[in-house]
Design a protein around this ligand. Structure first.
Ligand code: IMP
Length: 436
């Protein structure tokens, strides 16, 4: 199996972080699933059900949003970390659909008591703000992610632990709901929420999820101490990081590897290898800077051939050429040890493939992403053009079987990012992978 082909990873390191190196949707689900076999625990450290990936396994498709893909393997333990924001209703639906597909979801799933809850008024605020913002809207997934993180940082959020503490839950819901209702009705002229109904609903979620709730930090550190192998599963991507991404067109959490430390309570010394997942081209969903975007037939070809439509919202993704300054920035921010290069086969039919190698900003050359220049839109991507290979690489499993032009393309990316592409994906299935 491919997982055991990665047994070298097992010998060398205990814990691995898998991080999106671009704007999300890089194919992390497949890579996590591929590497999963040699790990005991898969833990998520940020985000919520704004994430979404489909894992194909034994001719079944599993749609995952909150739960790490380790859940598909019965012997893996999965943790939803304290850095996440969890909509209990969405979590229960996901558990139900996985069970309906024949999977066991029980003691193999743990939820950190310090993770925060998404409430319906968070979702309503997310949608109302987006609508009010007009053309300046972020293009969020509309799941209430931003408002839930705001509540956390504002120190009035409702934590998972509160779901099993009725007195605290009631008091917190009454306080926050009154305040959020005032904003919803006063500012946005939107419908308000009944705190009693929310209390009843969230108390019920607590009753159902109660046995799954634990002190996630203590638990994961016990696993690490017991030499269990942990995979830290990132959601979204580096350029959507709240601090380091294309702010304000970002998500509200730290998607970079630093988020593992705070979002799980794991010390940096326990993160032994960082794998960045990046597509052979670039996509993003929602608004914000995308300098290599293609609004032409090439972009349409990438969208169709790459099936670039959101798993959560179904939105068509914006598509463009590979952006090396983005990948270099990602390599720096995450200390990437390895690159998993996905969807190489999507480029098969192009006669020419362009790659953004740097930016010209106010007369200076920038090799990393020029975030400071985005607001003024005064940057110029500089490209290098490669000859396309115009041969099918779909399903190729050996590097030597790739056409020379494809190998040149991969080599150029490796050289420019100073990161080896140890995994190259040539199709959605597990087997359609080159391991090096
Ligand atoms: P939010 O996370 O729903 O607040 O959305 C903020 C931004 O992040 C929007 O541009 C979304 O399209 C983007 N985003 C959130 N989750 C994902 C993801 O899983 N893949 C790609 N983009 C995402």
């Amino acid at each position: 199996m491919l997982g055991s082909a990665r047994s070298d990873m097992r010998d060398k390191v205990q814990n691995v972080a898998v991080i999106g190196a671009q704007w999300g949707d890089e194919g992390k689900g497949k890579i996590v699933d591929l590497l999963c076999e040699s790990f005991d625990v898969v833990a998520r450290y940020q985000g919520g059900h704004n994430a979404g990936h489909t894992v194909k396994f034994e001719d079944k498709h599993f749609a995952l949003r909150l739960i790490p893909s380790g859940i598909i393997h019965p012997d893996k333990l999965c943790l939803l970390g304290n850095g996440m924001v969890i909509d209990p209703d969405a979590l229960l639906s996901e558990i139900e659909s996985l069970r309906a597909a024949g999977l066991t979801v029980g003691e193999n799933l743990l939820i950190s008591d310090s993770a925060h809850c998404i409430l319906p008024y968070h979702k309503a605020l997310d949608l109302a703000r987006e609508q009010a913002a007009g053309v300046a809207k972020i293009g969020t997934t509309g799941r209430g992610i931003g408002p839930a993180y705001e509540a956390k940082v504002g120190r009035y959020g409702i934590r998972i632990a509160d779901l099993v503490d009725p007195a605290v839950l009631r008091q917190k819901i009454e306080f926050t709901c009154a305040e959020r209702n005032a904003v919803l009705s006063g500012v946005y002229k939107s419908a308000t929420f009944d705190p009693n109904k929310l209390y009843e609903d969230y108390l019920r979620y607590g009753e159902i999820l109660g046995p799954r709730i634990t002190n996630g930090t203590v638990w994961i550190n016990e696993q690490i101490r017991a030499k269990k192998r942990v995979m830290f599963e990132g959601a979204q991507g580096t350029m959507l990081d709240i601090d380091h991404g294309t702010y304000p067109f970002v998500t509200s959490s730290n998607t970079v590897v630093g988020g593992v430390c705070t979002g799980l309570g794991v010390a940096p010394k326990h993160i032994h290898t960082v794998v960045g997942v990046g597509k052979a081209y670039t996509t993003r969903v929602g608004g914000g800077a995308f300098p290599t975007e293609l609004n032409d037939a090439h972009g349409e070809h990438l969208r169709k051939r790459g099936n670039e439509f959101g798993t959560v919202t179904g939105r068509p993704r914006r598509t463009g050429w590979l952006d090396l300054p983005v990948l270099r920035t990602s390599a720096i921010l995450n200390g990437l040890d390895e690159l998993a290069l996905t969807k190489l086969d999507v480029l098969d039919e192009f006669d020419e493939i362009r790659v953004c190698t740097s930016y010209k900003v106010r007369g200076e050359t920038w090799n990393t992403f020029p975030a400071f220049a985005v607001a003024h839109d005064d940057y110029q991507p500089e490209y290098r053009t490669f000859k396309g290979w115009q041969t099918s690489t779909a399903g190729v499993t050996s590097y030597d079987d790739l056409p020379q032009a494809a190998r040149d393309y991969v080599k150029f990316i490796e050289d420019e990012t100073e990161t080896k592409a140890t995994i190259i994906s040539t199709g959605p299935r597990r087997e359609e992978t080159i391991l090096r």
